[in-house]
Write a protein that binds this ligand. Sequence first.
Ligand code: CA
Length: 304
Amino acid sequence: MLARAIVSCVVFFTCAVVATPADAAEMALVPVSASGPHTIVGNQIILHGADQIVTLEIRASDWQPWLIRSFEAAIDASGAASGDAGMLVPFGWDNVDTGSVCTDDLDCPEGWVCWRQEEGLAAGFCAGPNHHPEDGVFIDEAHPDYIFHGLGTLYGVDLSVWRPEYGGGFRYGASLLMSDGSVTYTPPPRYCGTLTLVAPPTVAGTFTMAFRGEPRTFLVDAITSYPYYNIIYPDLTPALITVNPAVCGNGICDSGEDASVCPEDCLPPPIPAASTWGLAVLGLLIVTLAKVYYARTRDPARAA
Ligand SMILES: [Ca+2]
C-alpha cells in the first residue's frame, strides 16, 4: 500500500511538473501593419482614421517542453462587430450575403457566385464576382517565422464560415507529415497564419478580434504515440483594433486627411532639398558629356 502511494505521488508530481510549463503556451493575434496612419502597441493597433486595411498574424509561442506536430486556430467572427459602430470585413470579400443559401451560381443574383470553399459542402452563400477571400486569409508557408518553415506539411484555411452576427469564423490548420517529426519552440513567436481585415469608413470604436477557445484552438504534441497525442490548449491573446475618427487639429495626419483638407495636421509634400537638385543636375551633366564623348570617339569621320 505504501509503495503504491509513493508511486502515485511520484506520478502525480511528475505530471504536475510536466504540465506547468505547458500552461505558458500562448497563441496570439498580433497586428503587424495597416494601409494608413496607425500606431501599434503590443496587441493593439490604433488606426488614425477609418477606411484602412489591417493585417494581423497568428503567432504561437512558449510551448516547450512539448514537441508540436499540428495546430489549429479558429478566429471568432463576432469580434468584427464588437466596436461602437460598423463592422470589419475580411479582405477580398465582395458583396457577400451570408444569409443566402445556394448550391449553384444560378441560385444567386446575376453575375454573383455561389461561394462554397469546401468541396462537398451542402450549401454556400451568394457573393459578388470579385469574391476572393483567400487573398486576405491564408497561411504563408514561405514566412521566415512559419511554425513549420522548411518542413513538409498539410495545411489549409476554412473560409466557409464568417458570420459575425451568428458567431463562427475562419479556421487555420496545419500538420507536419509523419516523416518530418515535430518542432521545438525557439523565439520569436512562430507564425501560423494571416488575417487581413478592412475597416470601412463607417466603423468606430475598439474591436476585439479573439480566438475561439477550447476545443477550437489548440496545439498537438507529438511526444506520445498515435492515437494518444496530447492536445495543448494555449493561452489565447486577442488583437484590439481601435479606430479613432479623423479629426482635423488633433496633431495627426489621419487617414483621409492631407495638406489640402487639413494643413494643421498634414505637411505639404516635401520639396527636394537644394543639394538633391544639385546632385541631379550634376548627374545629368555627366551623362550628357559622356554621350557627347562617346558619339565623337565612335564617329569615323571625326576619328579620321
Ligand atoms: Ca487629424
